[in-house]
Design a protein around this ligand. Structure first.
Ligand code: NAG
Ligand code: NAG
Length: 365
């Protein structure tokens, strides 16, 4: 007699649960922010996920309790640059880091949408559209990023040369800045990966003579367009991100290669030798093939600029990245996605084929 109402109650509950938003479904689909976006960075702190991404005009922080749905996330602008400064426009790829008890946002910016005069443009082999892009740092104090008050702290010294997509690399030997760089002030591609040593999160201690280039787009899949004889132009290594295999202690640097406005954008992988020195280019070994790349069978193109985060229960590894469904509309087609990844026997990360799902929710969500 007592069973029937109980059953009905369960059925009713199940229907209500089923009808809820994706935040409590057992699966999710990509993208995870339907309005679009690029260069996502996600960090988990105190039961919240925090996301930043490129908005161009400011640094916006989002927070959500679920990794797989950012449409209903809280959002706030934490920094709008004053006009007419060297960092007033094209704010790109902000990343939020917790270092030495404070919060740091490291981001790319330029003056006047980087429009060099003809006098400057003539120094570059083709032209110089990104010649004034540089790296900057905001600092915030507070018990979490949401309550922290962020203020402009400093430019990160890149010797008055092109610098984008900078990140922090934390190592037993100290803190480093790894960013996308040119060989010289007016080289205008290829874009390489450079490393310098930091005294603290906002001060570079390496003189220019000690700046090291740890990767150049030397392999065919790192160049744009693929297969052209002369193709250093617009060939890039950028979007570097630290990734550690916690089981083996292996130190990786995942980076984006080729060019972000087309289908060939992909992720490459560098590994630091055991006990290697991050400032020694020969201690970095490049994996010869991309580790994450377009999947035409699911219309997932131009996948790159990743960051890495754990599931809510800490048991799973997730990659957050951007990609395009339509490879013909360039940067505006990019949307933010996430998928679970695992690890190979040899300790290398094993990324899935990019796609739209539905995929199983992160464990503990
Ligand atoms: C999801 O729903 C179940 C009940 O079906 C509930 O126990 C759980 O707390 C919910 N999780 C979230 C994240 O809301
Ligand atoms: C602004 O950028 C230019 C070009 O890189 C540089 O020469 C100048 O010193 C910068 N100004 C400030 C205040 O840093």
């Amino acid at each position: 007699m007592i069973r029937l109402p109980q059953l009905l109650l369960n059925a009713t509950f199940a229907i209500v649960a089923w009808g809820q938003s994706s935040s409590n479904a057992s699966t999710f689909t990509n993208p995870i922010l339907s309005k679009g976006g690029a260069d996502p960075w996600v960090i988990r702190y105190d039961d919240w996920y925090y996301m930043t991404y490129t908005t161009n005009d400011d640094v916006t922080l989002l927070r959500s309790q679920v990794l797989t749905d950012w449409d209903s996330a809280e959002s706030k602008v934490i920094f709008t640059p004053p006009p007419s400064l060297n960092y007033s426009t094209d704010l790109w790829a902000p990343e939020l880091h917790h270092l030495d008890g404070a919060w740091y946002i490291i981001f790319t910016a330029d003056p006047h949408n980087d429009s060099p005069s003809p006098e400057v443009d003539m120094y570059c082999p083709y032209n110089c559209p990104a010649v004034y892009h540089r790296m900057y740092v905001l600092e915030g104090h507070g018990s979490n990023p949401w309550s922290a008050d962020f203020v402009y702290k400093s430019q990160l010294n890149t010797y008055d040369q092109f610098a984008i997509d900078g990140t922090y690399f934390q190592h037993a030997s100290g803190l480093y800045h790894i960013y996308s760089c040119w060989y010289t002030q007016y080289a205008a591609w290829p874009a390489n990966l450079c490393i310098t040593k930091l005294e603290n999160p906002w001060t570079v201690s390496s003189p220019f003579s000690e700046r090291q280039i740890i990767s150049v787009p030397s392999l065919p899949w790192e160049k744009t367009p693929y297969g052209r004889v002369e193709n250093d132009r617009l060939s890039s290594n950028e979007g570097p991100q630290q990734l550690i295999n916690e089981k083996t202690g292996q130190q990786f640097l995942v980076y984006s290669a080729a060019r972000s406005d087309n289908r060939n954008y992909c992720l490459g992988l560098l590994e630091l030798a055991p006990n290697g020195d991050p400032m020694n280019p020969s201690d970095w070994r490049k994996h010869q093939y991309p580790v994450f790349y377009q999947n035409p069978s699911e219309s997932a193109y131009g996948v790159g600029h990743a960051s890495f985060v754990k599931s809510p229960d800490g048991s799973e590894d997730w990659i957050v990245y951007h990609g395009m469904q339509d490879p013909n509309n360039g940067w505006s087609a990019r949307t933010i996605r996430t998928q679970r990844f695992s690890w190979n026997e040899d300790g290398m990360p094993s990324f899935p084929k990019p796609g739209y799902g539905p995929y199983q929710d992160p464990s503990g969500q």
